[in-house]
Design a binder for this molecule. Structure first.
Ligand SMILES: [Mg+2]
Length: 342
């Protein structure tokens, strides 16, 4: 049994999280959570006629965030946002979050408190209670956070990657490249201080999961297929094409480039929009003839290309450049940590 670390030991930490959850984590307002932290299991009740959707995401220090770049609030926000974005991609409503956290002994209590502050602020906005989890002492100096999100959607109606057909129009929500651009513009070695209320200007530090758009796409029957842009447009579009057994064409000139990426030279901005991960926008297709509004839930919706028939031996995704020339768009991830070994 390890001695309690500076964060007061596991029991004290769980007690603090539980207290916070009971006080502020909308437990009382949750429609789905029958029993939260404190028992051996949580109890969730999905609405009648609904299915349960589950997704898990690892957040590893040095891989998904850096303590010298991301504030603790940002790390907490991003941890939850990744899971919520997966639910958004399937048009699901979140029911509850579960978090397993491994913390080094040296981790300060203030870091942990601020991590939960960021996580809770986002959870509160979407009425997602933290309904359980686990804590352990990390055997390294690194922080590990594993989040599980449980959501619900009307039976048989969850949006999938596999529904695209040749002739569909390809759409993206919001703007692309902001997350990678924010990292690129970050002064090296210095974390970014974000003032309260300015979170929406920081797509890397405080990405916004598109839950309302995903729900609307499902409810209004607009999307034939959907995926969230977590690994970059080029990579996630290739996933969608593979699952749907189709190919796609992207119009470079149509891409909605995030204003932060607009501050970079054109070629870098384009690379951020095409390959930069962690934008957490939704990429979806609609069958030809389906009228897709230009805004859904206040979020811009932009047509950026089309789905075409897959041909053996041909590239799955083609980029139609502004000058009309065409080239293969190979899946390519953005080097977020720019070669710095962590
Ligand atoms: Mg995803």
């Amino acid at each position: 049994m390890p001695k309690p670390g500076p964060h007061g030991g596991e029991l004290a930490l769980i007690e603090r999280i539980r207290h916070d959850s009971a006080q502020r984590f909308v437990q009382r307002r949750s429609r789905f959570l029958m029993l939260g932290i404190g028992d051996d299991c949580a109890i969730l009740r999905p609405p009648a006629g609904h299915e349960v959707l589950v997704t898990t995401d690892f957040t590893i220090e040095g891989r998904h965030f850096r303590r010298d770049w991301h504030s603790p609030e940002s790390a907490g926000h991003r941890c939850l946002a990744r899971g919520l974005s997966d639910l958004a991609a399937m048009g699901a409503m979140p029911m509850a979050a579960f978090l397993s956290l491994a913390l080094p002994r040296s981790c300060k209590k203030s870091w942990i408190d601020r991590f939960f502050l960021g996580l809770r602020a986002l959870g509160d906005r979407f009425s997602v209670p933290l309904a359980g989890g686990d804590t352990a002492e990390s055997p390294t100096e690194l922080i590990f956070a594993d989040i599980t999100l449980v959501g619900t959607a009307p039976a048989g109606r969850a949006l999938r990657r596999s529904g695209a057909r040749a002739g569909d129009v390809l759409y993206v929500t919001g703007q692309l490249g902001g997350s990678a651009a924010e990292l690129d513009l970050l002064p090296s070695g210095r974390g970014l201080r974000v003032r309260g209320g300015e979170e929406d200007k920081h797509p890397q530090m405080f990405p916004e999961p598109r839950l309302a758009v995903g729900e609307a796409l499902l409810r209004r029957g607009l999307a034939a297929s959907c995926i969230d842009v977590s690994d970059g447009l080029s990579t996630d579009l290739a996933h969608l094409c593979r699952e749907s057994e189709v190919a796609a064409e992207v119009d470079e000139a149509a891409l909605p480039i995030h204003p932060l990426a607009g501050k970079l030279v054109r070629e870098t901005a384009l690379r951020a929009a095409l390959h930069g991960g962690e934008d957490y926008e939704l990429l979806f297709t609609a069958h030809a003839g389906v009228r897709v509004p230009r805004r859904i839930a206040g979020v811009a919706i932009t047509p950026i290309g089309r789905i075409v028939r897959a041909r053996a031996g041909k590239a799955a995704v083609m980029l139609v450049r502004a000058d009309g020339t065409r080239g293969e768009l190979k899946p390519g991830g953005w080097e977020h940590f720019r070669g710095i070994s962590v």
